[in-house]
Design a protein around this ligand. Structure first.
Ligand code: ZN
Length: 383
């Protein structure tokens, strides 16, 4: 029987390797060390491991590790990166796992480096028996920033299975749907001039007034046409988040920029909705001389939904005792579904601690999570 380091040792090793991902290049880090530790452990267990460096960034990689042959089976997936951290607000070293009151503190303990030792412990039970379908562990890069790792997985069609669990912290509740997330920037370019005569320029803030009116009309229409009672906020949302414009009260404002957050429900087409929004806004500014440009910060995260009655959703609900639900955060769910897998988000730890200083994983989540994964592996992978 293959040996694996103890849970605490694996968690400490993974948390000890900084792997912050960020769209700000100065704080963005490689995830290769985390991937290499996972690959070593999985090699030791007899998995067939494949490192997948991202084509445009060799400092980032995904890992695909497979045990057993044949079609179908189960993927246990997670991301290896963390969000940036505010060191001043941490009461312990974020890169050192510190235990207090049965809580394991450290950056990424719950979101979501802690899922990997849980998954590895779960799979060890099945290594000396014949499998009818493979178990695959997938570890991705850049989930917290661009989702480049999961996008590459989906584009390269490199993973195949019937079912996938994404081990994000859900407090062991099976999550079958979440909204999509898109950050959009609207830039209006007018022309400056002396404020005393409006005809000397073209005021971008005046145009922004029209743009904001149209945004709010569009938002109202989206909410009237799309509702899903499974969500706590059951309509698509649009938040007008920040705006920068102009430089002086006595100059005609030549430039205005507004950033919005758009969250669409499952079933809504992200691309088509943004296209429609863009053409409506172009129509509004066409009335004056301003030009409008609408861009996305990074490619939007599409909404995600698996049938609530799906076998994996129901199996996880039965073994966890928690009813299937929806969440307000985004995951790699859409990309795994594009690979043809019925995907559910389910993992130890609470999202309340994710992206927070003094992030922790409660120790009492570990054993139940491991046991539930064993039930699922038994169901889909053993003869
Ligand atoms: Zn996460």
């Amino acid at each position: 029987m293959a040996t694996l380091p103890k849970f605490d040792e694996m968690l400490a090793t993974l948390v000890g390797e900084p792997s912050v991902s960020s769209t700000t290049p100065s704080i963005d880090r490689s995830n290769l060390r985390v991937i290499e530790h996972l690959a070593n452990w999985l090699d030791g267990l007899g998995f067939n491991t494949q490192l997948m460096p991202l084509p445009d960034n060799p400092q980032k990689a995904n890992l695909i590790a497979r045990f057993g042959d044949g079609e179908g089976g189960l993927v246990l997936a997670g991301h290896t990166d963390t969000v940036p951290y505010d060191e001043k607000k941490w009461q312990s070293d974020p890169f050192k796992v510190t235990e207090a009151n049965d809580k394991l503190y450290g950056l990424g303990t719950c979101d979501m480096k802690g899922f990997f030792p849980v998954a590895l412990q779960a799979v060890t039970t099945f290594l000396d028996q014949p499998l009818k379908a493979p178990i695959t562990i997938v570890a991705t890069s850049d989930e917290e920033s661009s989702m480049a790792g999961a996008r590459y997985l989906a584009e390269s069609q490199s993973v195949q299975a019937d079912y996938a669990i994404i081990g994000e912290p859900t407090g062991l509740q099976p999550i079958y749907a979440h909204k999509g997330i898109a950050f959009l920037t609207i830039r209006l370019q007018g022309a400056s001039g002396h404020s005393s005569n409006p005809d000397l320029g073209c005021n971008a803030l005046d145009s922004m007034y029209d743009v904001m009116g149209e945004l709010i009309r569009f938002r109202t229409e989206l909410a009237e046409q799309n509702q899903n009672p499974a969500f706590e906020v059951h309509i698509p949302t649009m938040n007008l988040g920040c705006m920068h414009a102009g430089d002086s009260p006595n100059r005609i404002c030549s430039h205005a920029e507004l950033q919005i957050d758009l969250r669409l429900l499952p079933g809504m087409d992200t691309h088509a909705t943004i296209e429609m929004l863009s053409s409506r806004l172009q129509g509004v500014v066409a009335r004056c001389e301003t030009t409008l440009e609408l861009t996305t910060h990074y490619p939007p995260i599409p909404p995600f939904e698996t049938d609530k009655d799906n076998d994996l959703v129901q199996t996880l609900a039965k073994h966890s005792g928690n009813p299937p639900g929806t969440v307000a955060f985004g995951t790699e769910g859409h990309f795994l579904q594009r690979l043809g897998m019925d995907t559910v988000v389910f993992g130890p730890g609470s999202i309340d601690q994710a992206h927070q200083p003094n992030e922790f994983l409660a120790r009492d989540q570990i054993e139940p999570a491991t046991e539930i994964l064993r039930h699922v592996i038994r169901r889909y992978c053993t003869a």
